[in-house]
Design a binder for this molecule. Structure first.
Ligand SMILES: *[C@@H]1O[C@H](CO)[C@@H](O)[C@H](O)[C@H]1NC(C)=O
Ligand SMILES: *[C@@H]1O[C@H](CO)[C@@H](O)[C@H](O)[C@H]1NC(C)=O
Length: 407
């Protein structure tokens, strides 16, 4: 992961670390009366929510790039470079050969994804601004670049920089999709499947993506504590499901058509892809193709399956671990690969006791910390979260006027 962190001399680092510790302690004092890990603090976004909200960024980045490149022939680096936060450009992307209708739809998806990335990114601007003021007030020196989530602000307190969550390295090459299809069929398709070759192939490749994100949002929702987080996830879920429904709908129209030159129907492709995801996810059936055995259709009565759902037609859920197993194509959340050669990001090694413990994620932004400092970090995070929640209740300028007198 090409994290670019400004270099500083040893002396500066030491001074600034001390400054950061002091300012964090003050921050801590500022927010001490409210509870640790915010069990019931109704307006705060608990630390555990932040991991759950950040993790889907991995998929949102992937979707944004795939849809932008597929429809336009260029990606985030041209459309919204600051959303990448300096992450490496995706590998193997190219413009797809799409008919005007499909291009129109995919382009809409693409900009929806850009919006998703922006929402998640901008939510904490006020926190970053507030932190800057607090730390400057403390005599610290500040380097703020692409302010992002609260825990990264705390990351900055250690490293003298705001460590973002840059776009992870994405492998969107025809070969990466071709490998998914080969695994799905248990043999090498000849010629290799090319997602960019035509609109049908692109839709089949798209079948691979938003659905996984969708199950992740369903899985995340019950674990979220703050109403603000739940609202965001519900809103993201709504649009991801809509995208999946459109993709499935367009494919369903052609379900019995044979994909050239393989002589395999569209329905069989979706069936095999779904089966593969069930296998990789190792958590039972959570994925269904477009034509299913009757018992899997709505109310166990139908074979047509334009939307996937459980026996009550309620959307399936997946955990971040299940999702990693699938998007790495490895079946193991510890073994990156597939679309994420260097792993996903967003589940920090500086993870809090309130969230996924043990952080199995190889590309996480972990920093080796001694236990005491990491405990302290958690508390500082809680303070930052309080600031975060303020953003939602008052205008940005009011945040400042509320924070400064306290200071
Ligand atoms: C990117 O940064 C510029 C300048 O800092 C800002 O005006 C713009 O709104 C940002 N764009 C996005 C999509 O965040
Ligand atoms: C992308 O994936 C293809 C197929 O697995 C692989 O051959 C290629 O080396 C990968 N590229 C990177 C940069 O990981």
């Amino acid at each position: 992961m090409a994290l670019s962190i400004p270099t500083t001399s040893m002396a500066t680092t030491t001074t600034t670390t001390t400054t950061a510790v002091i300012s964090s302690i003050l921050l801590l004092l500022l927010f001490l009366p409210t509870s640790y890990c915010s069990e019931n603090y109704n307006s705060a976004i608990p630390v555990s929510d932040i991991d759950l909200l950040e993790f889907p960024l991995n998929l949102e980045y992937l979707e944004a790039e795939f849809f932008l490149w597929g429809s336009l022939g260029y990606g985030l680096d041209s459309i919204a470079p600051n959303l990448t936060m300096g992450g490496p450009p995706p590998v193997g992307t190219t413009k797809a050969r799409l008919d005007p209708f499909t291009k129109d739809v995919i382009l809409q998806f693409a900009f929806q994804e850009v919006g998703h990335l922006s929402d998640e990114g901008d939510g904490l601007v006020a926190v970053v601004v507030a932190m800057v003021v607090l730390v400057v007030g403390c005599g610290g020196r500040v380097v703020v670049r692409g302010g992002r989530a609260a825990e990264e602000v705390v990351g900055w307190a250690i490293k003298n920089t705001v460590r973002g969550f840059p776009r992870p390295l994405l492998n969107l090459s025809a070969e990466a999709f071709g490998n998914v299809m080969n695994s799905a069929f248990g043999r090498a398709l000849k010629p290799a499947f090319d997602p960019y070759a035509n609109e049908l192939n692109f839709l089949l490749a798209s079948y691979v993506i938003p659905y996984v994100g969708l199950t992740g949002y369903v899985g995340a929702n019950p674990k979220l504590q703050s109403p603000i987080s739940k609202r965001l996830v519900a809103g993201l879920l709504a649009v991801e499901s809509g995208q999946d429904a459109v993709i499935r709908g367009l494919l369903y129209e052609r379900a019995r058509e044979k994909v050239k030159p393989y002589g395999i129907t569209v329905a069989a492709f979706t069936d095999r892809i779904s089966e593969l995801r069930n296998k990789l996810g190792s958590a039972g059936v959570k994925d269904e193709g477009l034509i299913v055995p009757t018992f899997q259709g709505a109310e166990g009565k139908l074979r047509g399956n334009v939307l996937a759902g459980d026996q009550n037609s309620v959307g399936y859920d997946r955990t971040p671990e299940e999702i990693l197993r699938i998007i790495y194509s490895s079946g193991d959340e510890h073994v990156p690969g597939g679309f994420y050669p260097k792993g996903a990001d967003g589940v920090s090694g500086v993870t809090t006791g309130c969230s996924f413990s043990g952080s199995p994620y190889p590309a996480s932004r972990g920093i080796a910390l001694n236990p005491l400092f990491s405990k302290f970090l958690k508390l500082a995070n809680v303070g930052v979260n309080k600031l975060h929640s303020l953003k939602y209740h008052v205008a940005q300028s009011n945040v400042m006027s509320m924070v400064l007198p306290l200071w």
